[in-house]
Ligand binder design. Sequence first.
Ligand SMILES: [Zn+2]
Ligand SMILES: [Zn+2]
Length: 175
Amino acid sequence: MIFDLKTAFENPVNLRFKLSPDWWKADEYDNSVLGLDTDMDVSIHIKRAGERYILEGSLLGRLILRCDRCIEPFRFDLKTEFRWFLVPYPKQIQEEIELGKDDMSVVFISEDEIELDDIIRAEIYLAVPMKILCKEDCAGLCPHCGRNLNKEKCICKKSSGHPAFMKLKDLLNNQ
Ligand SMILES: [Zn+2]
Ligand SMILES: [Zn+2]
């Protein structure tokens, strides 16, 4: 969704809309976010501040994430607020550093238009924890047989010894 900043030149603009689950497009570099579970409420406020614009927004919805440990999908409640500084490009480096001290995200814009989808996607990734776990004590997958240890037990866990030996043991057990 393209937003023309000129429309916020005189007066601040408030946008409220919903994004449906089919809005999400998979990312080939990051597959931790599988998609939206439900419609996501988006609220965005854009106001001019001299040459720049300040964009404030919030997201409320539910994501489907993939657990880092057991690789199963699970639902994750998303609630985040953000603030971006849109600065006309080019600007002096010095100013960039100064702005960087603030906890606002600084974005350099070369045109009057911004792609809101990009900002929303970036905020979704920022709101997702570094370590994505379906539950705090997720037991993960057995490194030997690959079973999901949240759902079933396996004999490998009790065994100890060299993995090659355990593979042999598995073979013997299966007979
Ligand atoms: Zn898990
Ligand atoms: Zn196992």
